[in-house]
Design a protein around this ligand. Structure first.
Ligand code: NAD
Ligand code: GLY
Length: 364
């Protein structure tokens, strides 16, 4: 078993990574089951594929399941109300630990419900997508989407435990695995050239289901994320902002495709990272061969790296208009993640949005 600790003083918590952790979940979760029961919130897909394993693995612990619809639309006011009502009807107390079993959608929604219920109760992340296992289950960002945009209402609320069983990925659709892989590569692109090289050498095995490659990538990813979160929990110093590499471009692409199945979040991030590297090269900041290498690797992993592959036909001005709704926008300026090379990402605060629009027009 690999253990990584997120060091946040009294809010510190462990991340445990091991194959078949779900099947022996009682070993880790007994201490969190008040009155011998655990409320497990999941979505309808994970309820079929992974909830039976968790329920069996919890043995004597009584599982009270709450099953929500699958998909991004579940991160909504309506579902938050439905979930908090159900939790209150079940008599949730502050000392309870609600289990979020699922991908980033369930993790973000349950985390937010836990943040506001009775002014804050405990929760445990049991992520079942690669994206959630390497990124969203760690760090305490929780949110729902609103009419004005994605993740605009939320809270920082750290989980008490993150339990990662890489074998849960065996039932995940290959497209979802590839989308999550974008967040794996991201750690290499930010500040870890050696890990990017590891990705180049092992992505095929990882995507094909190789257990060792998956565990290595997850353990490396959560260790990197834990370091960043411990250094800058609330994204105030700029360190945590580096995790948003590719997200400003990516969110604009997601907005343009209506946050739909047309472009999954991880696919938007992949294309966004390829664009961020090409934009950096166009600005003369990054060697062109690095941008090409990044694009080639993401494409080999089956991820979109061009506007056309992301199903986006909008012009630069339209895409930049989407960026203006970003919650990182401050005083009319939008901080941008750019790169001086692979593993050399930095936060640029003086990017001219007109130049971004011209670059995107060139990409069409
Ligand atoms: P998701 O939760 O929608 O899961 C993707 C699909 O896979 C869903 O249909 C789900 O039902 C299914 N699924 C999940 N696990 C499965 C399994 N083991 N077997 C079979 N099917 C399974 O999507 P996601 O990509 O995990 O998360 C995306 C969300 O995460 C977005 O809302 C994004 O904003 C959020 N996010 C949050 C953070 C953060 O720091 N909080 C970071 C990155 C992304
Ligand atoms: N996924 C970005 C963050 O957690 O900060």
């Amino acid at each position: 078993m690999i253990r990584v600790d997120v060091g946040l003083g009294e809010r510190s918590y462990p991340i445990l990574v091991d194959a078949a952790l779900l099947d022996r979940a009682a070993e880790q979760l007994t201490g969190y089951a008040r009155g011998g029961r655990l409320i497990v919130v999941t979505d309808e897909n994970v309820a079929t594929t992974q909830l039976p394993r968790l329920t069996a693995g919890l043995g004597e612990i009584a599982v009270v399941p709450i099953i929500l619809p699958a998909g991004e639309a579940t991160k909504s006011w309506g579902m938050l109300e439905r979930l908090t009502d159900q939790l209150l009807e079940l008599g949730v107390e502050r000392s309870d630990h609600i289990v979020a079993l699922g991908g980033g959608v369930i993790g973000d929604l349950v985390g937010f419900a836990a943040a506001i219920l009775k002014r804050g109760c405990g929760f445990i992340q049991v992520p079942t997508t690669l994206l959630a296992q390497v990124d969203s289950s760690v760090g305490g960002k929780t949110a729902i989407n609103t009419r004005a945009g994605k993740n605009l209402v939320g809270a920082f609320h750290q989980p008490d435990l993150v339990l990662i069983d890489p074998t849960t990925l065996d039932t995940l659709a290959p497209r979802e695995v590839r989308a999550g892989y974008a967040e794996v590569v991201k750690y290499g692109l930010i500040d870890d050239f050696a890990f990017f090289s590891w990705c180049e050498a092992h992505s095929a095995a990882l995507l094909a289901g190789d257990a060792e490659a998956r565990s290595h990538a997850i353990a490396h990813g959560v260790a990197a994320k834990a370091r960043v979160v411990a250094a800058d929990e609330r994204e105030t110093t700029g360190t945590r902002a580096l995790l948003n590499l590719g997200h400003t471009f990516g969110h604009a692409l997601e907005a343009e495709t209506g946050f739909s199945e047309m472009l999954l979040h991880g696919e938007g991030v992949a294309c966004g990272m390829a664009l961020a590297f090409r934009f950096s090269a166009a600005l003369g900041l990054c060697p062109r061969q690095d941008a090409v290498r990044v694009g080639q690797h993401l494409a080999q992993a089956g991820l979109p790296t061009t506007l056309a592959e992301a199903h986006v036909t909008a012009d630069g001005a339209t895409l930049v208009a989407h960026m203006a709704h970003d919650k990182k926008m401050a005083g009319g300026r939008l901080p941008f993640l750019l790169a001086r090379g692979i593993g050399k990402t930095f936060l640029a605060k003086d990017v001219d949005l007109a130049e971004v629009a011209r670059f995107l027009d060139g990409e069409r």
